[in-house]
Design a protein around this ligand. Structure first.
Ligand SMILES: [Cu+2]
Length: 136
């Protein structure tokens, strides 16, 4: 009897722990792309599902790429196969091309760390479309 009560309590405790085991956190980042700038409404968020809402308010096609890297935002290596672009090693998510006036949204669950957010249309990274983003 005593053992049964213990088992019941154990089951309740396990249920409580499992219910709390997956803290969502994360959040939403609103990004606006123009020539030649990326504007973010926040540059850090807690780890968890992060939704990027990306609007192209410029006059040409842009994109938004999230790179996990220890490199500084302006130190990504050139892409040897595509001149004018940078190497996307560490790419954890991106919009693909966003046409003028369009918005695209994507959600990624990324661990704490240092990220670079950039546009990899030819020449845009070099022209200044890059920022540091931190996940805590
Ligand atoms: Cu661009």
């Amino acid at each position: 009897m005593r053992k049964l009560k213990f088992m019941a309590m154990l089951a309740i405790a396990a249920a409580l722990v499992m219910g709390c085991a997956a803290p969502a956190k994360g959040g939403t980042v609103n990004a606006t792309l123009t020539e030649m700038k990326i504007a973010l409404d926040k540059t850090s968020l807690p780890a968890g599902p992060i939704t990027f809402v990306v609007k192209n308010s410029g006059t040409m096609e842009h994109e938004l790429v999230v790179i996990q890297t220890d490199l500084a935002e302006n130190k990504l290596a050139p892409d040897v196969e595509e001149p004018g672009k940078v190497d996307e090693t560490g790419n954890v998510g991106e919009t693909g091309e966003v046409k003028v006036g369009e918005s695209k949204t994507f959600t990624i669950t990324i661990p704490a760390g240092h990220y670079v957010i950039m546009c990899n249309e030819v020449g845009h990274y070099a022209a200044g479309m890059h920022l540091t983003f931190t996940v805590n």
